[in-house]
Ligand binder design. Sequence first.
Ligand SMILES: [Zn+2]
Length: 449
Amino acid sequence: MSYIDSPPPRSRLLRLYFLSLLFFTLTASEDPLAILSRFQQYLRINTAHPNPNYYEAADFILSHAKSLSLESQTLEFVKGKPLILLKWPGKHTYLPSILLNSHTDVVPAEHHKWTHPPFDAHLDHNGLIYARGSQDMKCVGLQYLEAIRKLKSDGFEPARTVYLSFVPDEEIGGHDGAEKLADSETFKKMNVGIVLDEGLASPDENYRVFYGERCPWWLVIKATGAPGHGAKLYDNTAMENLLKSIESVRRFRAAQFDLVKAGLKAEGEVISVNMVFLKAGTPSPTGFVMNLQPSEAEAGFDIRVPPTVDQASLERRIAEEWAPASRNMTFEFKQKVSVYDKFGKPSLTVTDSSNPWWALLEGAVKKANRKLGKPEIFPASTDARYFREQGLPAIGFSPMANTPILLHDHNEFLNKDEYLEGIDAYKSIIKTYASFVEHTRDGASREEL
Ligand SMILES: [Zn+2]
């Protein structure tokens, strides 16, 4: 858009006409039916793995960005996986910006197990919208945009720049999406001060909010021993050695689980360990050789480690109790995400008065007549970890109260009113964040780097 300092009367009239047209267009597009229909359109784009239709989703987002006059660019760190970056420029470009992140991909759905097809976005008579991605997390991506639409039609102008990233591949690890973005030169230039990313639905009336997440450690332990006749009792067989370890892992698992069952710790605060495979035996044409004790046996575990625990002590436990060399055991990690960020600090976002973004979020949600629950550690992984890894505060938040947790489940749904209220929550949050003009400590320290 260009500026005309003193337009002649006729063009002033024209401008007035276009302004009022814009106003009415914006108002019409704020009609709840129009808002819901846009949500349904997004949900109908099949972005399920293994063949997500990323370009259709990208076109959809870009057309929204255009209707909102947001700046946009398509980044393709990996071919075929577009990442859409939108920008709402703030007045004070020197202030760290706000990043609103969401992923465009969804997990696959077993169509025959759904009441309504997962990519129809059917709205039933109870106001429930059934679709894969209705909770995880197309709702959030579009709520950001709808909130901005409302703020724009109110005439709000942000002091800080607001970025929106629509990233691919979160559901398969985010390596070609958010991870590449967080490591990019583009990201450095964005001078991000705070990131909002996904949370989880909350069955009660409080919104859930996450300040960290457990780090996946995928551990494989292997036992070796002398093979022998199936009838012979002798020490140090691979099977015996592996079983001793499995018993030890099981005791640890039970103790951690007891803390959750007793209500002493939340799910995200304990180390979870689950055995995911067992590999042993000597194959035969009819199954396994039955009179031979094998010389090798393996087991795999999915371990999730909260950033609040002492990483070194768990490493010691693995080396000394779960896979001790004294029992001819070895171990390797298929994946091991550190609980520390790149500055060596636990990957956690502070949720007290030392983090202004936290207090602002609490206040903004309250202003929208909603409440936040106690901050939690996300039990699984999200893209937020790549931003926390950079030392940035990142808060996981999906405004879905009074909603059963159905992400990755059959019949994933979201109530339309909850969706609409979520937009108001984001409107309040974005307005609060984008109006905050104090130079945050985070921003200052990063600029010094
Ligand atoms: Zn998600």
